[in-house]
Design a protein around this ligand. Structure first.
Ligand SMILES: [Zn+2]
Length: 115
């Protein structure tokens, strides 16, 4: 499943990034998932929960997923528009644009630890 492999790669990234002792103190993970990323936050959350049986390293770690809006930056007037209903048109000058600056990403935004 798509979401399961994403969960696995997130965990792998965190395991490479932090020492085991630090991982034990991890409290929460904050993800940003773009609305164009083809990732469904609810499914990702389910995959995460299913993947963390009791006693596993991450089972006490809370996963927070923030869905980020789609934004384009107009090539003509450099105005940034938040896209609704997949209409990729600059709200200022009405020109179509595919110059995405946000909305396709899946990134680990923040990780919280117990003191
Ligand atoms: Zn424009």
């Amino acid at each position: 499943m798509h979401e399961t492999s994403i969960v696995n790669s997130i965990i792998k990234t965190l395991e490479q990034e932090f020492e085991p002792g630090k991982l034990d103190k991890m409290k929460a993970i904050y993800l940003k998932v773009g609305k164009l990323s083809n990732i469904e936050p609810r499914l990702l959350h389910n995959a995460y929960t299913a993947n963390q049986p009791c006693g596993s390293k991450f089972h006490h770690v809370e996963l927070n997923i923030e869905s980020t809006e789609i934004k384009i930056k107009c090539e003509s007037c450099h105005h940034i528009t938040q896209i609704e209903n997949y209409r990729f048109i600059c709200e200022k000058c009405d020109k179509p644009s595919k110059n995405l600056i946000q909305g396709e990403e899946m990134l680990i935004h923040k990780v919280e630890f117990d003191d």
